[in-house]
Design a protein around this ligand. Structure first.
Ligand code: G3P
Ligand code: MG
Length: 258
């Protein structure tokens, strides 16, 4: 391998290149096992999903901090314990055929995905003020669930908008790699990635340009873009060196790349 100043380090993306956003994307209810089943049935090998803490500190899959959009009800998701959330309906909003789909626990989802050999990008999405306890609980659980795995390509990848949550995850789960999640790539991206010992940067595709993409790749980091639902845009991003796309339309985007 070349080690000269101009050599581009090997990519740090030993993972699938097409990820179903929130598990189900636009084809099934987000952040549910039904969504994962749909993705699996359609040949998807990698998923991204969101994790926060229920009131009993059990990590569960959820995007919004409030009930109302994907789960009927009002109030903070974090005010309900995981058993109460499991009795709620996270599927009917999407389509009546998914009625009764529970809010799943992270542990059950990880086990199901592992059984089906689906790789996962676990986005740690703390409720406001819960960066530390969420990073701690999710980090510990995932570290334990993957204690038997040595193959780097089979380990999940944590990501988060919360640098605090990622820092705690690094402490409790040093063996699980991390990616920093941003909307626009900040000018100090390299320092931020280095500070958290991240392997990748995850950004909005419509805030990225080819020059920045090249610099991130030349620095040896993985680069993932969300949420890319247009196949032509996906091809353009890949031509810039982007490693992976998170998409709601995994039936359309990168169908040849799974
Ligand atoms: O991880 C990429 C993407 O999921 C981040 O945005 O709001 O869909 O969780 P959001
Ligand atoms: Mg997400």
């Amino acid at each position: 391998m070349k080690t000269g100043a101009n050599a581009v380090p090997a990519t740090r993306w030993p993972y699938p290149r097409i990820l179903a956003h929130r598990g189900g994307g636009a084809l099934a209810p987000e952040n549910t096992l039904a969504g994962m089943r749909e993705a699996h049935a359609r040949g998807i090998r990698g998923v991204e999903f969101d994790v926060m803490l229920a009131a009993d500190d059990v990590p569960i899959l959820m995007h919004d901090t409030q009930l109302g959009r994907t789960v009927p009800g009002v109030g903070d998701v974090g005010a309900f314990d995981s058993e109460e959330l499991a009795r709620m309906d996270a599927g009917a909003w999407f389509d009546p055929r998914f009625q009764g789909e529970p809010v799943p626990r992270l542990e059950d989802v990880v086990q199901w995905l592992r059984r089906h050999e689906i790789w996962m990008n676990i986005e740690i999405k703390p409720m406001p003020g819960h960066d530390v306890d969420t990073g701690q609980a999710v980090g510990q659980m995932v570290q334990d669930l993957f204690a038997d795995t040595a193959d780097p390509g089979r380990l999940p990848l944590f990501s988060s908008f919360s640098a605090k949550a990622l820092a705690v995850a690094r402490e409790v789960a040093p063996g699980i790699p991390r990616g920093l999640l941003v909307e626009s790539v900040p000018p100090d991206w390299e320092a931020r990635l280095a500070a958290l010992e991240c392997v990748s940067l995850h950004c909005r595709h419509d805030r990225l340009d080819a020059g920045v993409a090249h610099r991130i790749k030349a620095a040896g980091y993985g680069l993932m873009c969300y949420t890319v639902n247009d196949p032509a845009r996906g091809r353009e991003l890949f031509s810039w060196g982007v490693d992976a796309l998170c998409t709601d339309r995994y039936d359309l985007v990168g169908a040849d790349l799974r």
